[in-house]
Design a protein around this ligand. Sequence first.
Ligand code: IVH
Length: 680
Amino acid sequence: MPRDDEQALRQRYEELKRLIHYHNYRYYVLNDPIISDYEYDQLMRELKAIEEAHPEWVTPDSPTQRAGAPPAEGFRKVRHPAPILSLANVFNDAELDAWLERLARLNPRVREADFTVEPKIDGLTVVLHYRDGVFTLGATRGDGEEGEDITANLRTVRAVPLRIPVHPDGPQPPPYIVVRGEAYMTHQDFEALNERLRREGQRTFANPRNAAAGSLRQLDPKVTAARPLHLLCYQIVVYQGPNPPRTQWEVLRTLEALGFPVVEADLCPDLACVKRAYRKWVARRETWPYDLDGVVIKINDLALQQSLGVVGKDPRGMVAYKFPAREVTTILLDIKVNVGRTGVLTPYAVLEPVEIGGVVIRKATLHNFDYIREKDIRIGDRVIVKRAGDVIPYIVGPVVSARTGKERVYEPPTHCPVCGAPVEKVEGEVAVYCINAACPAQLSRNLEHFASREAMDIEGLGRKIAEQLVQARLVEDVADLYYLKVADLLPLEGFAQKKAENLIAAIQASKDRPLERLIYALGIRGVGAVTARWLAERYEDLDALAQATEEDLAAIEGIGPVTARFIVDWFRRERNRKVLEKLRRAGVWPRARRPAEARPQPLAGLTFVITGALPGLTREEAKAWLEARGAKVTNSVSRKTSYLIVGENPGSKLAKAQALGVPTLSWEEVLRRWGPESGE
Ligand code: IVH
């Protein structure tokens, strides 16, 4: 190649490296890309082509070198250029006041000091060395004196600048700078990673922090490269060069100018402002996309901060103000089982009572039997219990290292704990069912459902009375309700004449409920309120519905083959046929209303997203219900989302919505605002 051409190519090569670093920075640090992924890929491709032709040009800071290193045998130890210190904690305002008071006694200038307040990210410390602007070494904290060399892994983290400045007209880098930051994983990425590991049959991580740490301590950098790690920096450990920063605020601004992702900080003139900033982060934490465990308060003036010295490994001039715990450990005393209306057996944990964020927790959900097995949760284990926001407390997993050998492996029940009938597992489902339709647990839940407000709306018939009726053998199925007499109720505990009369009147009044309510009330699996309404629009009465074939039903928009089968199965069962006969004889036999006139569209122009399991209806049904009222329903939360509907066990959409300020609603609130009771 002629010299001139080669020079031009070399120039283009340098330019490409710079451009790609810059676009990485826009994407990973500023979260504000200015080119498309396609254009980015084109630049990378061009760079790779040049490097293939000229391997001798390739430098370690080339963007192609992020995942270049072969697997290591182990990690080399590296001595830190200065101790990598940790932090003392305070847990309330009084302790914070005391901290400052102690410092002021050591040095009265502290009374005039200002402070930075930064979120404390729950990840792991990384120490990054740059010589003449090139990333040369990256280490873990280790014991604070010596860490492990994880340079090859850190190279794969896109937010770690391989070269500074990352943008062409940034400031000159100091000859040597060592930066400290926190590597972490977002909730969303953590869940996706665990999902993938589960699919591949690998061990999952207990929390995002462990996932981040585990990902960085991989011997094969290719594995790290496939893990979505982020970085935020907050400290300069060594600065050799002109104009060193003099305050913590300047540290953050210097790091930012050099192209590092930095933590968002408040600059506070006094403790009142510090406390406000703390409360701001307490509120944000619920919705933040990654784990925060407190704020870090630092005396802004670095000379003053350093003059205060170090106690043990904690510098006096800064302190972590920790958030109230959301995760605690306690002993799992027992595993018990609830039987639901459809016969689903749901295990729950009986715990040694423990307080989380001011609430005493005695029970927590265990989701299902597979969960217990996958997490290897044993009776007697010390377990991690989590309660976040308004989510039902759940068991995250056991503390395996706390085992004594006395723990008992739990065996899922083979028989229903209430009626003793054998249980069944449906192929392809995690749930275990009690298939005895006469099971008292199911029957009382069934009655409760039948009488509920969205179903037959029988005032006064709640869980407790349903259980009493079943226990006294006054009803063996829902139809028996209509044959009850006041005298039957009087012997029951708590029933005086008036109460008995009221209940019988309420039962009789429910005979006029429309067909769709009755269909819903029957409690057929997969048939929520919305599907019931569709069925009532198609079929004249229960006789007509009972004649429908799977094909007929599956042809109805919104009803899938599984629900169609559940419906046909339900009507085929002898026991259920008897229930229908009894209902007919009692005069509970509504006929379909004439097709509704065009329904009003109160939700026109609104966009909804749904997360978590909704009470009594499937996701599809909720979607159809909303759409029938003019709403748009999408899968992901954005600024355009009007409301996020939050069910049980919500996913990461909740955090996202809260971060974006998208209002949230429960399904009950949706019904209250726009449902039948709202005047529709
Ligand atoms: S300052 C002496 N600032 O919290 C310097 N640490 O519990 C101490 N952390 O090991 C660190 N966010 O890994 C500082 N904004 C922040 C932080 C932060 C997270 C971590 C860091 C440290 C641990 C101390």
